[in-house]
Write a protein that binds this ligand. Structure first.
Ligand SMILES: Cc1cc2nc3c(=O)[nH]c(=O)nc-3n(C[C@H](O)[C@H](O)[C@H](O)COP(=O)(O)OP(=O)(O)OC[C@H]3O[C@@H](n4cnc5c(N)ncnc54)[C@H](O)[C@@H]3O)c2cc1C
Length: 582
């Protein structure tokens, strides 16, 4: 296996240093958390495994990596100056530009001096006598902090299935989420790509341009809608920047935290001809907004099937070989797994040197010195790309030995699936916060918005605790149980909870099957968090020295008072308002 890990630079371990907060991870979440903590006068140390900021955009350097939420929306909103000064060159910017943006933010807000790079947190233990977290790293650091804040990312623990013989392979193996910084040259190589999720769909067309031959091993086909990516239209950029806060506000009112045209009408209320026109209009807009063609696509199976069939017809229209087209056509719910956004993906299978191998019924048997074996056939390759995704949502938590009250390991508490209150915190782990944790909108929303909202809430909570002299905060069992039940009940009304996706942990054998993100929608969720805060942190208990009667002062969270856009409330949001939250 090739590793994307940077070489470590020398530094002395930090021993016995004390901080108000330790933050694990310096992706967009850890970076913004650090900024908030500093602004409120908290001391903080951030530990980051990579040798730079950016998280997802630091690790995922595979060819074709780019965001699938428009860059003008997939960006921080906390600084109007930052919004104005940064220029995105494309509608969906590529990984190097998003990484450059992360570096720009780190420099502009002077973040690096509190981040220790090339340092992996290995253990976090709550010391009940001191009411502090003891943090250990793979560099020998042993520090303590009142708060432990996990900014480890929902999609950061690369998943490489334990293929038999993988260590015998003589060529390089690269996971898309741990891509070498120096890049990979495919020219003259016979390349095997395993996996056809989002990373596979983005990288396959570009790898095919270089490779001598490309063999793609597909377990499950995925739906992909063309991105129709383009250079940033200066007129459009100007129009957004004239009133950027207006776009941010409109986006926050949407279930996904992303603004795009959305038609609330149920699909079957239109005639087949009207539907065809409607789907074509949304297809021509491209990308995730296609899901806005009708309001019930993710909730009504019959409605969904009309979109699924439209997408299948598009695949068959592009792919020349009908057998290959059949293999590429998913037969499950459209958008049930995260919808992929492509550029030239299906066209790639018309190239003579590209081959699709179906491993759905006959899985990969083993990897040999020079190939990949399935169904008794060895496909010879010089290089393997694992586009096999992540141990989503909880994978990076599992890699750290996190121990709460009474020696309780987080992994044991979450044995049957993650349990949290609001995706922010979990019983038994005082002063332990998770940014975009399971049980929050996280991967179902524009993640930078979710990150900012969480960090703002956390730092307001910490400031409140300082105001009232509280040492610890922890959710109560009843509120956590009720929240978990609410998350599950809302998930059950969505078709998304019905298929084997990484949302339910189904991509990793042996994982409990639980729908992990909160599907009630971003605005409903934000309202709930605000309500909890204004009700004096309802559902949480403070300990040690707290005068709990003092009303909370709202600082950062002030900017998250979203208006619900009733015209575009999804059925999940409607249900979320009906189904009791606590
Ligand atoms: C290819 C790809 C494309 C995506 N596109 C979009 C998009 O278009 N829109 C969208 O909303 N979201 C997208 N996402 C999701 C993306 O992960 C988030 O948008 C966002 O970047 C997450 O930021 P984060 O800081 O929470 O996590 P990450 O960016 O994952 O950062 C977490 C950091 O924590 C570090 N870390 C983890 N464990 C430890 C440890 N034990 N010790 C030290 N450091 C640790 C990791 O090294 C990593 O740098 C995409 C994800 C991928 C993989």
């Amino acid at each position: 296996m090739n590793s994307a890990m940077p070489k470590q630079t020398e530094r002395e371990p930090e021993i016995d240093q004390r901080f108000d907060a330790v933050v694990v991870g310096a992706g967009f979440a850890g970076m913004y958390m650090l900024h908030c903590l500093r602004q409120q006068g908290f001391s903080a140390r951030v530990y980051e495994a990579g040798d730079g900021v950016g998280g997802t955009w630091y690790w995922n350097r595979y060819p074709g990596a780019r965001c699938d939420v428009e860059s003008l929306q997939y960006s921080y909103s906390f600084s109007e100056e930052l919004d104005q000064e940064w220029h995105w060159s494309e509608k969906y910017s590529p990984q190097p530009e998003i990484l450059a943006y992360a570096n720009h933010v780190a420099d502009r807000f002077d973040l690096r001096r509190d981040i220790r790079f090339e340092t992996r947190v290995t253990a976090a233990t709550f010391d009940e006598a001191a009411n502090r977290w003891q943090i250990e790293t793979d560099r020998g650091d042993r520090v303590s902090a009142r708060f432990c804040i996990m900014a480890v990312g929902c999609l950061s623990a690369a998943n490489i299935p334990p293929f038999e013989g993988i260590d015998e392979f003589e060529g390089p193996i690269h996971h898309t989420g741990e891509w070498p910084q120096e890049g990979v040259d495919f020219s003259g190589k016979r390349v095997g790509v395993i996996g056809t999720g989002s990373s596979g769909i983005q990288s396959i067309p570009i790898i095919a341009q270089q490779a001598e031959t490309l063999t793609v091993f597909q377990r499950t086909p995925n739906y992909a809608v063309p991105a129709w990516n383009q250079e940033m239209d200066p007129e459009y950029e100007r129009s957004i920047k004239t009133d950027y806060p207006a776009l941010r506000a409109k986006a926050r009112a949407r279930p996904t935290g992303i603004f795009f045209p959305f038609n609330i009408k149920p699909a079957l209320e239109d005639t087949p001809e009207e539907r065809e026109r409607q789907y074509q209009t949304y297809w021509d807009r491209g990308g995730l907004p296609f899901l806005g063609a009708y309001g019930d696509l993710l909730f009504e199976k019959d409605a969904n099937e009309t979109a699924a069939e439209f997408a299948r017809r598009k695949i068959r229209a592009v792919v020349d070989d009908p057998d290959v087209a059949d293999l590429l056509c998913p037969d499950d719910i459209f958008g049930c797994k995260r919808l992929c956004v492509d550029t030239g993906y299906y066209e790639t299978y018309n190239l003579p040197h590209v081959k699709l191998v179906d491993v759905s019924k006959k899985p990969i048997e083993r990897i040999t010195k020079g190939g990949i074996v399935t169904d008794g056939i060895e496909y010879e390759v010089d290089m393997i790309v694992c586009a096999t995704g992540f141990a989503a949502m909880t994978g990076s938590f599992e890699k750290i030995k996190i121990t709460g009250r009474d020696g309780l390991p987080l992994t044991r508490k979450w044995e049957a699936g993650p349990r949290t209150y609001l995706g922010l915190s979990t019983v038994g782990f005082p002063n332990f916060f998770m940014i975009t944790g399971p049980g929050s909108p996280s991967v179902l929303a524009n993640m930078i918005q979710s990150i900012e909202q969480h960090a703002d809430w956390m730092v307001d909570c910490m400031s409140h605790m300082r105001d009232i002299g509280a040492e610890t905060i922890e959710p109560t069992q009843k509120y956590e149980d009720d929240w978990v039940e609410h998350v599950n009940e809302v998930a059950a009304i969505s078709l998304r909870s019905t298929c084997s996706s990484w949302y339910v942990g189904a991509n990793i054998p042996g994982r409990p099957r639980v729908f992990m993100p909160y599907i009630g929608g971003f605005p409903i969720y934000v309202q709930k968090c605000n309500e909890v805060m204004t009700n004096g942190y309802e559902g949480f208990s403070f300990e040690a020295g707290a005068d709990t009667n003092a009303p909370p002062k709202i600082r950062n969270t002030d900017r998250w008072h979203v208006e619900l856009d009733m015209d575009v409330l999804s059925p999940a949001a409607v249900a979320a308002r009906r189904i009791p939250m606590i």
